[in-house]
Design a protein around this ligand. Structure first.
Ligand SMILES: [Zn+2]
Length: 376
């Protein structure tokens, strides 16, 4: 990045410098998705809590409406007045850091947020599958792993200088493309090949929040929505499991939370790949207001929400980003301006695809071009 571009990039993270872009946000709502918050005491890497605090300070100082996810959906459905420039926060999975690190910061700024809980994880029945993969890659003493998945043998060399985290992410990507049962068998084969014994309960840094944590978060203004029982990619499950994952996670949440929100979050959540009309039909039958996705990353609008019967079950979100600067660009209209420029350029000729975005879901690694920073 040249010095001039870096200077412009830094400038556009300054509150007053973003004001000329805010008209781009008329009729647009930013639904932010977050995952882990850094907690070095537990060995958890993630968004720096100071960046979340800076982001909320920005929204408050610039008078952005921070609204609940349910309010966004009701507004998009035409049941409540529209809210220009509104921002809603969501956090996926229900990890312990979301209760101990994120919730107090949201409370400090009197901000609502919605956590999507993987209910089997909170019930202590399972680890999140990508945490198991990460754990195996980090703890194995073996230098080479040979693992069968969907009839293909994958040989993974851990002594070639490549980062283990990257190798783990590549393995996760393969996992997301095979049927759910085969994915689980492949992870067992991986652990066996790595000679790593997975503890029955996740270690501290992979721990879920408890149901008591859920209720304590609710008392601070956090709401909860369902995110399946075991976090499978629903399109890779059969009809019975797809339905069960939705119905049981909602039932568990209704049993444990005081006021669960009838908005669903798809695991992985790529439109056209990770869920489909089958899941939308189940959610509609259960009376859900809709559902949120992970990619492509975009803003929510009334036009988009009302564009088709299934559109409320495919509402886009935008990743918080690597730090508060990315966040400020996303909510302020700077990113939309960039998207408009990119669209204009694209109309003038085909452009090569770029891999720009960070992982959105704990186990995701996909091109997420629209979320990249301006001038990046
Ligand atoms: Zn998730």
């Amino acid at each position: 990045m040249s010095n001039v571009v870096k200077w412009l990039s830094d400038l556009l993270a300054v509150p007053w410098a973003t004001r000329p872009f805010t008209r781009m946000m008329r009729g647009h709502v930013t639904i932010i998705v977050m995952h882990r918050l850094a907690d070095p005491g537990r060995g958890i890497a993630g968004v720096d809590p100071r960046d979340l605090r800076r982001a909320l300070q920005f929204l408050r100082s610039e008078r952005y409406p921070i609204v609940s996810l349910e309010r966004v959906f009701r507004s998009l459905a035409g049941e409540a007045p529209p809210i220009d420039r509104a921002v809603a926060f969501t956090l996926d999975d229900g990890t312990i850091d979301q209760a101990t690190v994120a919730a107090p910061i949201f409370a400090e700024f009197d901000c609502p947020a919605t956590i999507f809980a993987v209910t089997g994880y909170l019930d202590g029945e399972l680890w999140c599958w990508w945490h198991r993969v990460e754990y195996v890659f980090e703890t194995t003493r073996r230098r080479e792993l040979s693992v069968m998945m969907a009839g293909l043998r994958h040989v993974i060399r851990l002594d070639d200088g490549a980062e283990r985290a990257q190798l783990a992410r590549s393995f996760m990507e393969r996992c997301k493309r095979v049927p759910e049962a085969e994915k689980l068998r492949a992870i067992e084969r991986l652990a066996a090949a790595a000679e790593v014994e997975l503890p029955a309960r996740p270690p501290a840094r992979y721990a879920p929040m408890s149901w008591d944590d859920v209720r304590a978060c609710e008392a601070r203004g956090i709401t909860f929505g369902p995110h399946t029982v075991s976090h499978p990619v629903l399109a890779r499950t059969n009809d019975a499991q797809s339905e069960r994952e939705i119905i049981v996670s909602w039932a568990r949440l209704c049993a444990e939370a005081r006021r669960p929100v009838p908005i669903f979050c798809y695991p992985n959540g790529h439109v056209g790949r990770d869920f489909g009309p089958r899941e939308c039909a189940t959610l509609r039958r259960l009376g859900f207001l809709g559902a949120v996705t992970n990619a492509p990353c975009d803003y929510a609008t009334v036009g988009g929400f009302q564009s088709s019967p299934d559109a409320p079950f495919s509402v886009p979100r935008i990743d918080f980003g690597a730090d508060h600067r990315n966040f400020i660009r996303s909510v302020s209209g700077v990113l939309r301006t960039k998207q408009a420029i990119q669209r204009r350029v694209a109309q003038q000729g085909p452009a090569a695809p770029r891999h720009l975005g960070p992982a959105l879901d704990g186990a995701q690694e996909e091109p997420v071009d629209p979320c990249a920073s301006l001038f990046e």
